[in-house]
Design a protein around this ligand. Structure first.
Ligand SMILES: *Cc1c(COP(=O)(O)O)cnc(C)c1O
Length: 354
């Protein structure tokens, strides 16, 4: 058992928080004062510490840079009206990080390292959590192979870090997406279900090609036939057809989003018909054409819900129903955002209070 009370903490002398321009935050560019660091060596997690956020020294032969054993998580902390620190379902991120770790042949993290590090870091840097509506502190846990060795084999040493970044209210304007029928994000037997750096690397070229043609992101389809929807950009994808919420099943090609799970849970609570099953591109395009498709959206931590306004398919753009008419996705967005900041009841105990 690792003694998390024994996290060595070296605090900054002066916090940078007073210099932070919270009114003009650009996503991912501002970092809080401290970071949590743990080292895996000799088959055990050790040397847990909180240190000032700053550069780390690495070898040119760092294994992760060559063979890509690198995984991450993303979650957010909020402040409620009393100024208490709330985190949305962090245990799910811990569990998912370990699933990713297993797939990439990396060591799993004990709960007390992930949750202990997270809790102490947030307690120390809580002044970085903006109290303004919609604002939050984005939390980035990640792990990489740390051996100085370029032979191909799983690394023996690893580094786990958590740092945080204050972010403004994230509103996703309705997106224009293109059905991708050439490139694939993930294949059966691959690592699509893992939050692995490499999955993001392989998605950048297809995403850039879609941008050039005026689309915000891609609707990924299955690798075998390009006939079934899988995800929307880096979010899970959902459709409402004939009042039924439909989403692809969380198989090994799909990242099992915590937002996805939360949306499905709330839909079921509200008595909505929910189907987790393969969603054919043809089914959705037919529904667009015959007027039975009511809603389409991406679900993920960054925006919670990103409404899909337009779907590009086989060279033609199809405009979906107006966002103002979308009852379910607007309601679930508001409810989830309210639960996250402690403004709505939390019947499933999703909130972790630091
Ligand atoms: C992170 C991620 C999601 C969303 O997961 P959340 O836990 O809801 O943030 C969906 N798809 C991919 C590919 C992702 O990396």
């Amino acid at each position: 058992m690792i003694d998390v009370l024994n996290i060595q903490t070296s605090q900054v002398k002066t916090s940078k928080v007073s210099q932070c321009d919270f009114d003009n935050l650009v996503f991912g560019k501002t970092f809080s004062d401290h970071m949590f660091v743990a080292t895996y060596a000799n088959n055990t997690w050790q040397d847990l510490k909180i240190v000032p956020y700053g550069d780390i020294t690495i070898s040119p032969a760092l294994s992760a840079l060559h063979y890509g054993q690198a995984i991450f998580e993303g979650l957010k902390a909020y402040k409620n009206e009393k100024g208490e620190v709330l985190v949305f379902r962090p245990m799910e991120n811990w569990k998912r990080m370990n699933k990713s770790a297993e797939r990439l042949c990396m060591p799993t993290l004990p709960e007390e390292v992930f949750m202990g590090g997270l809790t102490q870091l947030l307690a120390l840097d809580k002044n970085w959590i903006p109290a303004k509506p919609g604002y939050s502190l984005y939390i980035r846990p990640y792990m990489f192979a740390a051996d100085e060795y370029i032979g191909v084999r799983p690394s023996n040493t690893y580094t786990f870090i958590i740092f945080t970044s204050p972010v403004g209210a994230y509103y996703s304007a309705p997106v224009k997406v293109r059905v991708e029928t050439h490139y694939t994000r993930a294949a059966a037997g691959g690592m699509g279900f893992a939050k692995a750096a490499g999955n993001y690397a392989s998605s950048m070229l297809p995403a850039q090609l879609a941008h050039k043609d005026g689309y915000d992101q891609l609707l990924w389809t299955d690798a075998k036939e390009h006939a079934y929807f899988e995800e929307s950009g880096t979010m899970n994808v959902m459709f409402v057809i004939n009042d039924t919420l439909i989403t692809p099943p969380a198989a090994d090609t799909i990242l099992k989003g915590i937002t996805r799970d939360s949306v499905l849970r709330l839909a079921r609570d509200w008595g909505m018909k929910v189907e987790e099953r393969p969603v054919a591109v043809k089914e959705v395009m037919d529904a667009v054409n015959n007027g039975t498709l009511q809603e389409a959206f991406g679900a993920g931590t960054a925006a919670t819900i990103a409404h899909i306004a337009v779907i590009g398919y086989e060279g033609k753009d199809y405009t979906l129903p107006a966002v103002t008419e979308r009852k379910f996705s607007n309601k679930v967005l508001k409810t989830l955002d309210d639960i996250k900041v402690g403004k709505a009841a939390d019947p499933h105990n999703w909130i972790y209070k630091v």
